[in-house]
Ligand binder design. Structure first.
Ligand code: NAD
Ligand code: DAU
Length: 338
């Protein structure tokens, strides 16, 4: 049995991945998370008592804690999900993004390279490639050109990973994925925000002309891709992952409101995000051809599962972010009256 260290396991993708791995493999999972506003122990209640699961509250920037965990828990593999992940917040204040996404990554790499780690996976993002026009796709050889402080900090992390592979022969890989959606996503991100606001008959802020495009992937498909790369990915390589499901923001809101039987009048145009990337689209042929992975969940199915989950877990939404917080966020960051 291998011992795997998951960092940021109490967030959206990390918690989905931990549940997925415990259900579909024999790994013993150690989760290190400092529980920022986005990290929530409630996300992992279903595995809390699993003997193959252990939680440490702590920061990836704490090198002695990270080294202790790697040694004491006999860690063989690390997957780094821990990050500040929201673009809008990075525009307001980039410093914590640099701390966690750049320095935190470097701390993990430095602690891990002094051990017998077999594999390290950096969970990165398609945003490091910048923005596309109407045509074309990001491939693994697309030059890095991040446009937001968030994506710049993620690109910084990626470059450090690359340098540890080249300099120390460190066994790392990088995964760059498009926009995930699904259960347990914090309602500051667009899809859960639309659902949470619509359920409360509150305004839904649509940035700019609403024509920015994202390639949406159901989180379980990404979890399967990470598992594939963990088992079979080639050391030193980058793997792009996408959902084959491009939608502009206007059509996305319309689909969700229709399914919730809520009026389109809830949509409120607000000032555009600064430096708003126009389009992301992923060419995932490398992971498909090398490792046999492809997205399996059609958008129509994934979005219905997601909506159903939020409708059935209203208490979760209330627990992770109080209405007061959402109102404050809407007033101050999005220009909505309330
Ligand atoms: P999230 O914000 O939901 O979760 C981040 C988790 O990291 C939280 O549990 C938080 O408490 C923890 N964390 C933050 N700083 C930490 C620190 N210094 N030490 C320890 N733990 C810390 O994020 P997410 O959406 O689940 O994203 C996970 C990873 O996937 C991130 O690296 C993100 O850049 C990447 N990614 C996300 C998406 C997406 O659509 N959500 C797409 C591609 C890549
Ligand atoms: O592409 C991968 C990235 O996807 C990840 O690396 C990030 O961690 C993740 O947050 C996500 O970034 P985006 O900025 O694309 O996601 P977000 O949900 O914030 O926004 C999706 C689109 O919706 C984007 O074009 C901005 C728009 N939007 C967003 C919000 C929050 C709105 O129009 N209104 C909103 O209130």
């Amino acid at each position: 049995m291998n011992n795997i260290l998951i960092t940021g396991g109490c967030g959206f993708i990390g918690s989905n991945f931990i549940r997925y791995l415990l259900a579909n493999s024999n790994y013993r999972v150690v989760n290190l998370d400092c529980l920022t506003y986005a990290g929530n122990l409630e996300n992992l209640i279903s595995v809390e008592t699993n003997p193959k699961y252990k939680f440490f509250k702590g920061n990836i920037c704490d090198s002695s804690l990270v080294s202790e965990i790697i040694k004491n828990e006999k860690i063989d593999c690390i997957i780094n999900f821990a990050a500040e992940s929201h673009v809008d917040r990075s525009i307001l204040d980039a410093s914590i993004f640099v701390q966690t996404n750049v320095l935190g990554t470097q701390t993990l790499l430095e602690s891990a390279r002094k051990t017998e780690i077999k594999r390290y996976i950096q969970i990165s993002t398609d945003e490091v490639y910048g923005s596309l026009g109407a045509e074309g796709y990001f491939t693994e050889t697309t030059p890095i050109a991040p446009n937001s402080p968030y994506s710049a900090s993620k690109a910084g992390g990626d470059l450090l990973v690359r340098s540890y592979v080249e300099t120390y022969n460190f066994p790392a890989l990088i995964m760059r994925c498009s926009n995930n959606y699904g259960p347990f996503q914090f309602p500051e991100k667009f899809i859960p925000l639309i659902i949470a606001n619509a359920l409360n008959d509150k305004a839904i802020p649509l940035y700019g002309d609403g024509l920015n495009i994202r390639d949406w992937i159901f989180v379980e498909d990404f979890c399967r891709a990470i598992h594939c790369v963990l088992e079979k990915g080639r050391i030193g390589e980058v793997y792009n992952v996408g959902g084959n499901s491009e939608k502009n923001n206007k059509e996305l809101v319309k689909i969700i409101l229709e399914r919730l039987n809520k009026p389109e009048s809830l949509v409120t145009k607000v000032t555009d995000r600064l430096g708003h990337d126009r389009r992301y689209a992923i060419d995932y042929s490398k992971i498909n051809q090398e490792l046999g992975w492809e997205p399996l969940c059609k958008f129509e199915e994934g979005i219905q599962q997601t909506i159903d989950w939020y409708v059935n877990n209203k208490q979760w939404i209330n627990n992770v972010c109080s209405q007061r917080y959402l109102d404050y966020y809407a007033r101050n960051y999005k220009g909505l009256e309330k």
